[in-house]
Each structure stands twice: as C-alpha cells, then as structure tokens.
Design a protein around this ligand. Structure first.
Ligand SMILES: Nc1nc2c(ncn2[C@@H]2O[C@H](COP(=O)(O)OP(=O)(O)OP(=O)(O)O)[C@@H](O)[C@H]2O)c(=O)[nH]1
Ligand SMILES: [Mg+2]
Length: 242
C-alpha cells in the first residue's frame, strides 16, 4: 500500500499557542482530510486546548510541562494504541505549511523518516550567528551518522513511517533537544532510513518563540552534549520492540 493510503496521525505539540493553533488544525484538515489531528497541550496557561478542540482536534492535555519530546512520545503512543501507521509532527505556530505534509508522507515509500528541511535551497528561513553555526555543525555530524546528506537536524517538521512509529512509541526521548538530535540518532542507529525534503519555513504566525538569541552559545554546548550522550546509549533494536 502507498504511504498516503495508510492511516495518518498529525501530532501538534503546543505550548501557549492560542492565537495560531486553531488555524493550523483547520489547515491540516483541509490539506489531509482523512488524517486525525492530535494537539498535545503541555500545561498551557492560555486557551490553546479549547481552541484546538473547537477546531476539530483531539486534545491530549499533559498534567505538567514535559517539553516537546515528552509531548511527541505521548503522540506516538496514541498512534500505536489507535492503529495509526504514520505520524507527522507539525508546529502549532503556523511555521509549517500543511500542504507539504502530503509530500513528506509520500516520501515514506523510500524512507522510514522524512525531515522537512530548511537550508536545502528552498525558502529563506533566517537563523544567524552561533545558533546557525551550531545547526550546521550538527547537520554535518548527523549526516555521517545517518549516512545521507542532511541540512536541518533540528526541524520539527517530520513524517514517520510504520517502523519509526513503532520505535518512537517506546523510545522517543523526552530530554532537552531529545525531540530533534537524539531522536534522529536513535532512528539512525536502529537502522532506519532517514531522508529530507527541502521545504520553505514560514514566519511564526503569532505567540512567542521558545528560543532567545542570547541562549545560542548554551544551545551549542547542550546540543553537542545531547549528541554525545545519544551516541553512548545502547542501540535500540526494532526486533526487541513489542
Ligand atoms: N508540548 C509542548 N510543545 C512545545 C513546548 N515548547 C514549545 N512547544 C511547541 O513546539 C513547537 C515548536 O516550538 P517553537 O517555539 O515554535 O520553536 P522553533 O520553531 O524552533 O522556534 P521559532 O523559529 O522561534 O518559532 C510549537 O508548536 C510550540 O508551541 C513544550 O514545552 N511542550
Ligand atoms: Mg516555531
């Protein structure tokens, strides 16, 4: 069966995104009418959950803030318990174009994980200074680990096929930066095929970014530490999973 014919779950991690989440949910439904949309609300103090529900999403409300990694693990578990074979991660702030989801999912006929990647010749998403250098260095190292050219290993726009959904329902890391770097290391070391699709990333539609420029140097150090720790952990094996 083609990936686009399999049941697709779109998981949207959200923290205080009341001004954009409803539009994102509606746009995803328009782009992929047969997909189920789950918004994982992570202790938002605004009306994110109510707006997402009113727009037609299933809302999983976590009791306290677990971060994007914890939210995605909840999403992958929901997928496994409810028979979804494909999971697409989309940001709640409107930066990811829902029209691209179909292309990411179509790419799963030749990969287990498709990354919607910036810095690959499409669009002009601007990240400068130390944060950009860190992203470039990490992309270089991750390309070696995944044995494929990758330009954007911190992208939150990703589609996971059946083998990746099984792997991530048990292993998706909840630590800081786990949802990006460590998740890719786990997938690559478990033997999954990772590929990227160049995408244009839009500006945030509303709300506040979770990053701040002055944290860039800290980001670089933590990203390297996250990568080192991920490489030291025992390899996850698909054969061992339930
Ligand atoms: N569940 C959950 N979602 C979060 C958390 N922090 C951020 N998010 C969501 O994760 C997505 C990505 O976060 P952003 O703050 O947009 O990060 P970013 O896209 O790398 O940064 P910008 O380019 O500044 O937007 C958004 O949908 C946020 O609402 C969190 O602690 N828990
Ligand atoms: Mg964002």
């Amino acid at each position: 069966m083609r990936p686009v014919d399999l049941p697709v779950l779109v998981v949207i991690p959200a923290l205080n995104e009341e001004d954009s989440v409803a539009d994102v949910v509606r746009d995803v439904h328009l782009a992929i009418p047969n997909a189920r949309v789950v918004v994982v609300d992570d202790g938002s103090s605004d009306r994110t959950a109510a707006r997402a529900e009113a727009a037609g999403a299933v809302v999983l409300s976590l009791p306290y803030n677990l971060g994007v990694g914890g939210a995605m693990r909840a999403g992958y578990r929901f997928a496994r318990s409810n028979g979804f074979e494909i999971v697409v991660q989309v940001d709640a702030d409107g930066q990811h174009d829902p029209a691209v989801i179909r292309d990411l999912v179509a790419g799963l006929d030749r990969a287990d994980l498709m990354i919607g990647a910036r810095f690959a010749g499409v669009g002009e998403y601007g990240v400068r200074g130390p944060r950009r250098w860190a992203m470039r260095a990490l992309a270089g190292v991750m390309s070696q680990v995944a044995r494929t050219p990758l330009t954007d290993v911190t992208s939150g726009f990703k589609a996971a096929g059946p083998r990746a959904v099984r792997l991530f329902a048990d292993t998706f890391p909840a630590e800081y930066l786990g949802d990006t770097i460590e998740a890719l290391v786990i997938a690559a070391r478990a033997g999954l095929v990772i590929r990227q699709l160049p995408v244009e990333m839009r500006a945030r539609q509303a709300g506040a970014p979770s990053h701040h420029p002055f944290k860039a140097a800290v980001y670089l150090t933590r990203a390297c530490a996250a990568f080192g720790l991920a490489m030291m952990r025992p390899r996850a094996r698909l054969e061992d999973l339930s």
